[in-house]
Structures are given as C-alpha cells and as structure tokens.
Design a protein around this ligand. Structure first.
Ligand SMILES: [Zn+2]
Length: 603
C-alpha cells in the first residue's frame, strides 16, 4: 500500500501541528483541569470515573495512566475518531483555516470512494437542495410557512440548514441520479425507497427536514417531520454505522464550545427545543434523537461537562423520561439539575410564548436538584394518606439520600423529609445508617478496581524498576529535549541500552536528529510508526521528572546503563563458554564457569 503520509510535506504537517494546540483540541472532547504543569480529565479511550488521562501543553503530548494510550495531537484524533492520517491533517487544517496544497486535497478526494462516503456526499447534496427549496423555491413554500409559524427567523433556518423535501415522490431520486449517484446504494442507506411498482421514491417527501450533524459537524442523517396529516409524524434516517441514534446528540457540534464556556449543558428532547433556545441566545443546548438518553450519550456528556440540566416536556411521558435520564447521568457522576416547565408546555412552546429571558429566569435558574425532583416524582407511586405507604415512601427516599456523597446535602434532605412527615431528625439519622453502611461497602469494593488505584500502582511499579531501567528512561527524557546530550550518549553508548524498546527508541532518536529536526517530543512521536512505541515515549516523558541536569548526572546514567549492559554481555559470554565446555566433555571447566556466572550475577 502507498504510504499517504508521504504526500504531505513536512513543513505543512509542522504548521498544522503548531496551529493546533493539544490542550485546545483535546478540550473539544474532554473537560480538562489544570493541575501543576499538566491537565487532567476523564479518558475518552476507556470508561473511568476518576481522571487518569493527562495532557502536557509544553510537550504537546497526552498519556493515560489507566489504559496506557498516548501520543500527540494527530495520534489523539486518529485513534479517537478513527480517521486516517490524511483525514486528520485535513481536519486540523480546516479547524484553523490553513489552506492545504492542492495535491493533498486531491488525495483526500480520490480516497473518498467508499459507500459511506457516497452516502455522506448524497446527504450533503440533499441538505443543500432541501434548504434551497425551503428558502427560495415555490416547491418549498409549505415548509417555509411551517417554520415561520413556529417563529424561526431566516438566520436560524440558515444556521441549522433546515429544509423541505417537496411533496413529489420521485423528485429527489432524479436529482441524485443526475448528480451521478447509484440509486441502489442510496436505497440500501434508506435515503430512497424502492416501491413494489418499481418506482424509486424519496423517503422524506412532504416533510420539513432537520439535518443531523455528528460532533465533527459532518451531516450523517436527517430528522424529518410531517406538516400535514402524513404518518408517521417524525421520521429519521435509518439506523446505520454512520447514523447511530443512541450515540448522536443533536446540535452537539455547535453547542460544544458553549457547553464548555457555561460549564453546563442543557438537555432537551426535541430538535425544535434546541433550535428555539439557540435562537433565543441559549446556546449550550443539545437533544437526543427522539429516543431516551443512552448510557453512551451520558458518558459522552460527562466527559465534556459536569452539570447537566434536563428540560423535558411536562407531560407524564416527559417526567418518566426525565427520571430515567437523570438516573443515567447520576450513574456516570454528572451533577444533574432538572428544569420543570408549566403544565402543557414543552421548551419550544414556552420560549415562543414567554421568550428566552423568561425561560432562563423562570425555568432554568430555579432548576431543582435531582433529589427534590425524585422526592416529588416518587410520590405518584404511593398513597401518602396511608401510614404504611408513608413509611415505605420514606424508606425509598432514605435509600436514595444515602447515596449522596456530601453529608451537608444528606442533612438538608433529611430535614426536608422530617418536616414534611413530622418525624424527628434523630430517628431519620438512625434509619439512614444501615443504608449508608451498605453503600460504604459497595464503594470500597468499587474503589478496589478503580483506575486511581491503578495509576498509583503504576507509579509504585516504576519506582521498583531496577536502577538501570530507570536510568534509561530518565536519559531518554533528557535526550528528547537536548541534542548535545543525545550526541554524548550516542558516542558513549550507541544503542547499548538494556531494554529492547529503549534501544529502538534511541535508534529512532539518533536518526531523527540527524535528519535535522529540532528537539520536539510531539514531532518525534509523530515520526514513530509503531503504536506501542508512541505510547511508551508519551508515558516515559510524562512520568519522569524534568529538571536541569548536570553533566555528572548524565555520566552517572551512562555508567549505570553500561555496567548492566557489560555485565549482561559478560554473563552471556560466560554462558557460551560454559556450553562449549559441556559439549567438549569438560565438566570441570564448565563447573568453574558456572561459579563465575553465579558470582557475577550476585554483584
Ligand atoms: Zn485511558
């Protein structure tokens, strides 16, 4: 296979890397907190509740102490997004408005021949077509009127690229055919439908269209709503590898930066809720795809933000869904708040009726905590006039209160419970103890396999490494930062390192400097092809302390490494002699050599 990375000139890659700060790029995926020189967050490569994922800005690299992944900004995107090298370069260039040489743009184009790319390209064309029709054509008039009635401005319609699929069943198919698409492929993708009479028709005809973009802003499907009596009322693109409702969040690409800024995400149920709120200036808003929140969506959100405000419809189904979503978010350690709407309203109708300011001040601001919501929500299952039901209700609430981490919060809700049911706080405190105990035990068990523990273990293990192993790691850190040190090591040791992987790393490093590259850990990682080596270099440089180093210290490291190396090769030499003596039937010499080996190993 042709190595496509050869097509991108090095200075271009360098420019792109320099323009995309690793902390900035990773912050698009992970909420990072600064601790000392490094940033920490929840690892996007494995599930965890305590952060073991770290990023160093001055070295432009990341490393996870939990799963061992590490590398630079390009590795990060390639691994997380499953992009090729060229795709990553293109994405990072776009991100910073860097223009790529025409040859590279061409390369990406010729690559795009897979059926997924065909489908994505069909969506792009259709998005443009439907949007154009809605805004400017007679065929889109009905859609235009619908959105006008729902209070959307042209600016909003343009931003969300809302559209209308005309009420002519074969219009889309012939449009796409003229553009050179294979209709069969689009049928398979569920964009077109093949009727029994042989006609190929538009899946979405006669509906307003909500393009759905993934977190990178690439359109991967449509949500559609009928505006007459056509059933079903809502219709989505069919489920596929590209369009997975359980993983997508509507508007996540636009909302991301606002979520980060506000430190809060507002979760809705419907596309129109998101669009109305956005138009009203509330921009940290997202929605599920007409389905309940899933665990993977909850985890995705948690990586970005701690606080999530759930704002669903105020009907019974909405309240049920709120409870389920809140519960899921609590389980992944989100701080959940619940915004309650007046009876009969959904967020969209509320904003249309009372405006965005009222929505902020009267709905979002007074959001309830999960516990207050839960205490209210739970009441529907009990007949609270009856004493026995009261007791059962109190027990159920206590169980939930016991799960809270903060004792101040627990105390607060116990007081609420005490005053509501006219019980003493002491008896409630007594009662909750048994639940607290069970939770404590469970927590202890959970902690046993937590990654924090693994990280500590990891450090301890490192400290227990033999001196020569640590010396090699430390020396590599200095070599990565200083060419003179590298030259000295090359002269004195060459590749006589004891750990095989270290040997490979220094070999690459010598070549790296010889090619005239400056000391730059991130760039060096870039040049390594082997995944495990990338991870190892990131790990070594993240875990080894860096301070000014004296030439004596460097000499020391070299000495330790050489002695081990020489010992090992001396022993190997002795072992060979021993074997030879055995083969020549000379047991006395063999025994003498064996003694020497033991002596040497004791040293
Ligand atoms: Zn990890």
């Amino acid at each position: 296979m042709v190595d496509l990375s050869n097509f991108v000139p090095e200075d271009v890659i360098e420019d792109i890397r320099n323009a995309n700060d690793i902390v900035d790029v990773i912050s698009d995926y992970v909420q990072l907190n600064k601790q000392g020189r490094n940033y920490f967050g929840l690892c996007p490569f494995h599930d965890e509740k305590t952060p073991s994922f770290s990023v160093t800005q001055d070295k432009q690299i990341f490393h996870c102490f939990g799963c061992g992944k590490g590398g630079n900004v390009i590795t990060f995107l390639m691994e997380l997004e499953g992009l090729t090298f060229i795709e990553t370069i293109k994405y990072l260039a776009d991100r910073r408005g860097i223009e790529l040489p025409q040859s590279i743009v061409q390369t990406t184009k010729t690559q795009a021949t897979s059926s997924d790319e065909q489908i994505l390209s069909a969506y792009k064309w259709l998005e443009k077509l439907y949007h154009y029709l809605l805004r400017f054509a007679k065929d889109g008039q009905e859609g235009k009127e619908y959105f006008a009635k729902r209070g959307l401005t042209n600016e909003t319609i343009d931003l969300f690229k809302l559209g209308y699929a005309p009420n002519q069943k074969t219009f889309t198919a012939s449009f796409l055919e003229k553009k050179g698409f294979h209709l069969q492929q689009l049928q398979k993708a569920g964009i077109l439908i093949n009727k029994s009479n042989g006609e190929t028709i538009d899946r979405f005809y006669g509906r307003v269209i909500f393009p759905i973009r993934n977190h990178l802003g690439v359109i991967v499907g449509f949500g559609a709503r009928s505006i007459d009596k056509q059933a079903p009322k809502y219709l989505n693109s069919s489920e596929s590898q590209l369009f997975q409702k359980s993983k997508l969040l509507y508007n996540f690409d636009l909302a991301k930066k606002h979520i980060r800024k506000e430190n809060e995400a507002i979760l809705f149920e419907g596309y129109m809720d998101v669009i109305s709120a956005y138009q009203a200036g509330i921009k940290n808003v997202i929605a599920t795809m007409g389905t309940s929140l899933t665990e993977s969506q909850a985890r995705l959100l948690r990586r970005y933000v701690e606080t999530v405000i759930i704002c669903y419809d105020s009907d019974e189904a909405g309240i049920e869904a709120t409870y389920r979503a809140a519960h899921l978010l609590e389980q992944v350690d989100c701080h959940v708040k619940i915004a309650v709407l007046k009876d009969g309203f959904d967020p969209d109708t509320y904003i249309q009726t009372y405006g965005g300011d009222n929505f902020i001040n009267k709905v979002l601001q007074p959001s309830e905590t999960f516990m207050s919501f839960y205490m209210r929500y739970l009441k529907k299952d009990f007949k609270l006039q009856s004493k026995s039901d009261q007791l059962r209700y109190i027990q159920t609430v206590l169980k939930e209160i016991a799960k809270m981490n903060s004792s101040i919060e627990r105390e607060y809700y116990l007081k609420v419970l005490a005053s509501e049911f006219n019980i003493t706080l002491e008896s409630l405190n007594q009662e909750i103890k048994t639940f607290l105990k069970t939770n404590q035990d469970q927590q202890d068990n959970r902690k046993k396999d937590s990654y924090t523990k693994k990280a500590t273990h990891f450090y301890q293990q490192k400290r227990l490494l033999p001196a020569y192993h640590n010396a090699e790691r430390q020396l590599i850190v200095y070599m990565l930062q200083d060419r003179t040190i590298t030259d000295k090591v090359k002269e004195e040791l060459g590749v006589a390192f004891n750990i095989d992987q270290h040997k490979i790393i220094v070999t690459h490093l010598y070549a790296y400097y010889e090619e005239g590259h400056p000391p730059d850990i991130s760039l060096f990682i870039e040049k390594l092809e082997d995944e495990s080596l990338k991870h190892l270099v990131a790990e070594i440089t993240m875990t080894s302390p860096v301070y000014e180093v004296s030439s004596d210290e460097i000499k020391d490291y070299i000495r330790i490494i050489r002695e081990e190396y020489e010992d090992v090769s001396y022993i190997n030499k002795l072992k060979k002699e021993q074997k030879m003596a055995e083969q020549q039937n000379d047991p006395l010499t063999a025994a003498k050599i064996a003694l020497k080996i033991i002596e040497q190993q004791r040293k």
